[in-house]
Design a protein around this ligand. Structure first.
Ligand SMILES: Nc1ncnc2c1ncn2[C@@H]1O[C@H](COP(=O)(O)OP(=O)(O)O)[C@@H](O)[C@H]1O
Ligand SMILES: [Mg+2]
Length: 483
């Protein structure tokens, strides 16, 4: 059904293109034809009028000379294939017809009013007038030159315009033929060339329909650099993003269920085993600790998932304030002291300045630091060093957490910020497995602050995470100003 819609659309674009172009060509040709006809007809009339005027003059001259005028009239009528008339008021005009069927016309012009009108307007110089009428339903077109010929008389010479009109008509027929042929040719050419223009859009439409159905595997072939190619490229990028989003969503769902299922399974397993006596009373404290750890791990994971979800949905509004990040780090380190002591690790603090004021959401940044320190402790063996550094650079404060632990293999580095991503289990000590959400939360929070977080690591040598924060001017303490 959908493809039907698309084909219909495709046809309609092509149809519109063909229709518009053909219409344009037809309009242009029609205009050209009309102009040509006008020019041809006007110039033909001008030539005819000049000829008739000259004849009228010739007739008038012959009449003025008197003798042999009648012969002259006949001669001119024959020569020109025209009708020569000598008319005077109250008399039947004398007619000298030279070829052609003039009888109906003679009857028509003889009509007193017509001749009288000509007589009253006749002058010593020839004038020309045109007449078009119907005799016995047949069109009759005549051009007449007339001139005063002494006294009340006038001389008229009429030329039959029908052959000339027929020429114009055949010219018009030719032009019409050319017009129709040109329109057909335009439509044909336009159809074949516009097809090529429209084709990419059809292909895009086809592929995008697959996206709409949730199949993001297809890509549109990009050809050229025109708008269609740009659109195709944009759609391809969109599909790539949608595909990634879809994959993330799928793996998120399966990861969440998997990650939550395993601690739940061990909790229920141990609790059941304690109840039915499989685990002796003496070992209860140990297994209760395991159950408690697992439950806490689940709680942390659920918190992380919720935090991440809220952050990504845009529910978390950062509450910016100015604070000393060095102070925040010190306070966080205090809470880690038992774990650090347990692993006999050493934490070194290297603050370039006594205080490093930043403008950020302190609760969120606290979480970032906790996650990084937690990783550093978790992924470093005993007796190793952890170094926390802060230093200002331009408009930023750089914070870095470096450990000399197990490191992250180069090929895993680009993915450590992905949700649920954990470097191969073999590298991580069994009891300390996390959710794989900590770093994605770190990245999300830092990005929300419009800052950067980077990681450098060498397998077996250690890892360093560095992020930036917007630097703030140190607040002036009371009593300090002016000193
Ligand atoms: N400091 C580190 N040293 C070595 N590996 C690390 C370090 N920090 C993170 N990783 C690796 O990156 C993965 C993702 O980290 P994270 O998102 O914090 O998840 P989690 O800590 O829950 O495992 C970890 O599973 C671990 O493999
Ligand atoms: Mg972590």
């Amino acid at each position: 059904m959908e493809s039907k819609v698309s084909r219909h659309k495709f046809r309609s674009i092509l149809q519109q293109l063909v229709y518009l172009q053909t219409l344009t060509v037809a309009a242009m040709l029609l205009l050209g034809a009309l102009l040509t006809l006008l020019v041809v007809r006007t110039s033909a009339l001008n030539t005819e009028d000049a000829r008739l005027r000259a004849c009228a003059q010739e007739l008038a001259l012959a009449w003025a000379q008197g003798r042999g005028a009648e012969e002259k009239f006949k001669e001119v009528a024959e020569r020109e294939g025209a009708l020569v008339q000598l008319a005077a008021p109250g008399y039947m005009p004398q007619s000298y017809a030279g070829g052609g069927e003039w009888t109906p016309y003679i009857a028509w012009i003889q009509d007193n009013t017509r001749l009288r009108a000509l007589m009253s307007s006749a002058r010593e110089t020839p004038q020309v007038t045109g007449n078009y009428f119907r005799v016995e339903k047949k069109p009759f077109s005549v051009r007449t030159a007339y001139i005063r010929a002494g006294g009340d008389r006038i001389l008229l010479i009429h030329s039959d315009m029908r052959p000339h009109n027929r020429e114009i008509q055949s010219l018009m027929a030719w032009m019409l033929g050319i017009l129709i042929l040109s329109c057909a040719l335009t439509a044909l050419i336009c159809y074949s060339t516009s097809g090529r223009v429209v084709q990419p859009f059809v292909r895009i439409n086809h592929t995008v329909q697959c996206y709409a159905r949730g199949d993001f595997s297809r890509r549109i072939k990009v050809e050229g650099r025109d708008e269609a190619a740009q659109l195709a490229r944009t759609f391809n990028e969109l599909a790539e993003q949608l595909k990634q989003l879809e994959e993330t969503r799928k793996s998120f769902v399966s990861n969440v269920s998997h990650e939550l299922r395993s601690p739940l399974a061990s909790i229920t397993g141990f609790v059941d085993a304690m109840r039915d006596g499989t685990i002796p009373h003496t070992e209860f404290p140990h297994y209760l600790n395991v159950v408690s750890d697992e439950a806490r791990r689940m709680r942390d994971m659920i918190n992380d998932i919720l935090d991440l979800g809220r952050m990504e949905a845009g529910y978390v509004k950062l509450e910016y304030s100015m604070f000393d990040v060095n102070e925040l780090i010190r306070r966080i380190l205090v809470t880690f002291e038992p774990r650090i002591a347990e692993k006999r690790q050493e934490v070194r603090i290297r603050f370039a300045e006594e205080q490093s004021f930043v403008y950020a959401d302190s609760a969120q940044i606290g979480q970032v630091i906790r996650n990084l320190v937690d990783n550093a402790i978790k992924y470093s063996p005993e007796d190793k060093q952890i170094t926390i550094t802060t230093y200002p650079q331009r408009q930023e404060i750089y914070v870095s957490v470096r450990d000399s632990g197990i490191g992250i293999p180069q090929e895993d580095l680009p993915r450590v910020f992905d949700r649920f991503y954990k470097v191969e289990k073999a590298h991580t000590p069994g009891a300390q497995v996390g959710s794989g959400l900590g770093l994605s939360l770190v990245k999300r929070i830092i990005e929300e602050h419009e800052q950067n977080v980077t990681v450098k690591s060498a397998k077996g040598r250690g890892t360093q995470f560095t992020f930036t924060l917007q630097r703030a001017e140190a607040p002036r303490k009371r009593g300090q100003s002016g000193v």
